[in-house]
Design a protein. Structure first.
Ligand code: PLP
Length: 448
């Protein structure tokens, strides 16, 4: 057994990382060939690695999470104070930060009234799937149990949420999956599937076609990202959401919006769905809720849904038969409350709108100069540039080309992302999602 590495021995830390840490999304052959980059410090929009190199982070912690930026002492202090007072309670009854954060959060979500806590986006989404199934058993005689999901969307890494992955390659190795999850087409107009006037309405009508094929009485809910993240930063076209809402009401299908990425400010509103005036039955959120300072996710729903769990003939089922052990950690809601205070006090939603416009303008400038950019899309500080090898045919750029752009930016000290490495046909969109604190200088440096 090796001795414990001294944290100041950078070479030792890097070797320990190489030898023992199983990294997310890293090709195993890289372990032998690449010196792993170990990050040691972050402040605002900046990151430093173990060798002292400085980076401007244009992806908020790699996966759209650190919305208020790094090094927030006030969040660290709130967490510390809460931990020494009461770190955890998940038994009957509640705890103070859980109540305070739920109340505050709901002031930003008119129409919603209940918050169910857990730890990750996947878990928050699974809770909805279970709720939908319980409602089906209790109120629809076991019918209305299926859940629709959309091509190119992503909802998590568990077997249940992978069953709703619209990105096949992520799910391919982990089947077979449970029944009852049915795919509807994506709505990316740049990759047209229908030649029609109003593309948004047509793409939504495709959902209705699936409902009619499956039978409306079998379908309980549909899960959709407000802006598809890892599937290519897809902003639904005009008319889409209105029609989706209409269809859900017509067939009594519960609308679940997965705000794991868009939630808590990313698109310039508190939640992505609020850009479209829709009224969901479920909203799930995770990444930006506490900006990565603590693990927390929320499944938020309406009083109408909450009431469906009351008054079962058998009292033992008059509640949601579920628990999340670490849903009782107080650090999450304490950090989340402070995270919201910062967003409000520093006017970060307005900043997101302004800086998002600047980012899109800059991307439009880049597109004029670089043929390789086929399309740009964005909502607030959540932007994508789809790379193609030929603008006329829209042939997606090869993965190595996309990765070369990412690597070149890294070499120049700017960390950008790309959608879903090794997802054939989906891996060609560069992702830019800086923290909501980004300044004009930061935006210009990212696109410089
Ligand atoms: N939903 C969306 C839209 C996501 O992008 C992700 C993760 O990237 C998830 C759910 C899963 O979240 P987690 O990784 O916290 O389980």
């Amino acid at each position: 057994m090796n001795s414990v590495v001294n944290p100041n021995d950078i070479r030792g830390v890097i070797e320990a990382d190489r030898a023992h840490v199983w990294h997310h999304l890293s090709q195993h052959k890289q372990y032998e060939t690449i010196d792993p980059r170990v990050f040691v410090e972050g402040r605002g929009m900046k990151l430093w690695d173990a060798k002292g190199a400085e980076f401007l982070d244009a992806v908020s912690g790699g996966v759209w999470t650190v919305n208020v930026g790094y090094g927030r002492e006030s969040i660290a202090n709130v967490i510390r104070d809460q931990l020494v007072k009461l770190n955890y309670w998940a038994g009957a009854g509640g705890n103070v930060p859980a109540a305070l954060f739920a109340e505050k959060l709901l002031t930003k979500m008119p129409g919603m009234s209940r918050v169910y806590y857990s730890n990750s986006g996947s878990e928050a989404n699974e809770k909805v799937y279970k709720m939908v199934r319980q409602i089906a058993h209790r109120h629809h005689g076991g019918k209305k149990w299926k859940i629709l999901y959309r091509d190119r969307d992503y909802h998590g890494t568990t077997i249940g949420t992978l069953a709703t992955s619209g990105q096949d390659q992520r799910a391919a190795m982990y089947g077979p999956y449970p029944d009852g999850f049915v795919r509807v087409p994506h709505c990316l107009e740049y990759r047209k599937q229908w030649d029609v006037g109003n593309y948004g309405e047509r793409a939504a009508d495709a959902i209705e076609e699936v409902i009619l094929r499956e039978g409306a009485d079998t379908i309980g809910a549909i899960v959709l990202e407000p802006v598809t993240a890892g599937g290519g930063v897809i902003v639904p076209p005009k008319g889409y959401w209105e029609r989706v809402q209409e269809i859900c009401r017509k067939y009594e299908i519960l609308l679940h919006i997965d705000e794991v990425v868009c939630g808590v400010g990313r698109t310039g509103t508190w939640f992505g769905y609020q850009n479209y005036g829709i009224e969901p039955d479920f909203v799930t959120m995770a990444k930006g809720v506490a900006s990565g300072y603590a693990a927390i996710s929320c499944t938020v729903t309406t009083e109408r849904v909450f009431d469906l769990f009351k008054d079962a003939p058998d009292d033992t089922m008059s509640y949601f038969r579920d628990i999340s052990t670490f849903g009782g950690c107080t650090a999450g809601p304490a950090a989340a409350l402070e995270n919201m205070r910062i967003i409000e006090e520093e006017g970060l939603l307005d900043n997101t709108v302004k800086m998002g416009e600047r980012l899109m303008d800059n991307l439009a400038g880049l597109m004029e100069r670089h043929e390789v950019i086929g399309d740009i899309r964005g909502a607030g500080l959540f932007c994508g540039a789809e790379l193609v090898s030929d603008r006329a045919t829209k042939e997606p750029a090869e993965e190595k080309k996309v990765q070369a752009v990412v690597a070149e930016c890294m070499a120049q000290g700017v960390i950008i992302g790309a959608t879903n490495r090794s997802l054939p046909g989906l891996n060609n969109t560069l992702c830019l999602s800086p923290a909501l604190i980004a300044t004009a200088n930061d935006i210009d440096a990212i696109t410089g």
